[in-house]
Design a protein around this ligand. Structure first.
Ligand SMILES: *Cc1c(COP(=O)(O)O)cnc(C)c1O
Length: 353
């Protein structure tokens, strides 16, 4: 079976071997306050910074999920008002969760078919934080590479928080252009589900300490205290931290991964333009994601393709939200291997002939 599901997605083929090692080394039975854990955690964070080119003064935290990061940000980094920019289901859910937690959210929804226009944003000084999704997994769109830089320049006072769940580890991001970044590990990082990482700029740390909210197990002020010793406020997913450590040792630098992912994306986009009865969900190349590809067709056609693929042991990602039945998605994550992409293309070529 090969899977192109965009989350949970295919894990790196070495995960079985690394899991076995983790058991044999006894790391899984170590206490999370032990020096063995502290060593693993600090080494993993420095590898992450090195491989993903994260500025040295940024902090790295382990959390349980991207969803948990929505809560941490709402609880610990916003007192009254935030500004949410989105064009799809994940960004919208983030805004909704934040609102439910008592924050007054202003929401700007933009059309997924067009590039986001910074001049349309009505951000004012009362907005403490701007929440934006880098790669909207639900509709396979991404922000342009220059957008976050422009946003940072236009709104230097606000904190900027970015959901990069389906792009961190897959494409190169200029981490210095935002204050908070987070991603669950089961997408571009090619790991089993059940953990996320969150990056914070010195400005975000300063804010969290000034607000000093301490009512939750993962209040940022408490997380900062523990992370001074490379620890967590709760018993973390030690296995996943070990697997992240091993995967980071194995993967090339993000510049190289970025290049490979973008080449594969280009190849997919030109390939699917030639397949009859299927259209790219995003006709505008400027908004297309490099890490998630979405194709649309008639209800029957999509159901038929998914069925046929399943018979060949190929799992395509279902559509999401309002595109559930008229699209399918293909994860273009780095853990997917060339031979699997070839098998997928063979499948479509055979189907057409
Ligand atoms: C998958 C996803 C999430 C949710 O991740 P969880 O690990 O389920 O919390 C949030 N945002 C985006 C953009 C996603 O793709």
């Amino acid at each position: 079976m090969i899977t192109f599901y965009p989350g949970p997605s295919k894990v790196y083929p070495q995960i079985g071997k690394y899991t076995q090692q983790a058991v044999e080394k006894g790391i899984l039975s170590q206490n999370h306050r032990s020096s063995a854990f502290v060593e693993l955690s600090s080494q993993t964070i420095s590898l992450l910074k090195q491989k993903l080119t994260i500025p040295p003064d940024y902090w790295v935290f382990y959390t349980s999920s991207a969803t948990e990061c929505w809560e941490i940000i709402a609880q610990s980094l916003i007192q009254k008002q935030s500004y949410h920019v989105y064009n799809g289901a994940f960004g919208e859910k983030w805004a909704k969760r934040t609102q439910e937690l008592g924050i007054n959210t202003t929401q700007y929804a933009f059309d997924p078919a067009t590039s986001l226009d910074i001049l349309q944003l009505t951000i004012n000084p009362a907005h403490e934080l701007i929440a934006i999704t880098h790669n909207e997994t639900s509709n396979a769109t991404a922000l342009s590479s220059t957008f976050l830089r422009d946003l940072r320049q236009s709104f230097p006072a606000q904190l900027i928080a970015v959901d990069a769940t389906s792009s961190l580890g897959g494409v190169q991001l200029d981490i210095s252009q935002a204050d908070v970044w987070y991603a669950s590990v089961q997408k571009c990082l090619g790991l089993p589900a059940g953990m996320a990482i969150m990056l914070c700029s010195p400005k975000a740390i300063e804010h969290a300490l000034a607000i000093n909210e301490r009512n939750h197990y993962n209040s940022l002020a408490l997380m900062i205290e523990k992370m001074q010793d490379w620890q967590t406020t709760y018993t973390p997913n030690i296995l996943n931290i070990y697997l992240l450590n091993q995967v980071l040792q194995q993967v090339p630098s993000i510049e190289k991964v970025d290049k490979m992912v973008k080449q594969r994306a280009q190849a997919y986009y030109s390939f699917f333009e030639k397949i009859e009865g299927l259209q790219l969900l995003n006709e505008n190349p400027a908004v297309r994601s490099a890490t998630v590809i979405s194709l649309k067709g008639s209800l029957n056609r999509i159901a038929h393709i998914k069925d046929l693929a399943k018979q060949k042991n190929i799992i395509l990602g279902n559509g999401y939200g309002k595109w559930k039945d008229t699209t399918f998605r293909i994860a273009n994550f780095p853990a997917i291997e060339d031979f699997e992409i070839e098998l997928l293309k063979d499948f479509f070529n055979t189907m057409m002939s």
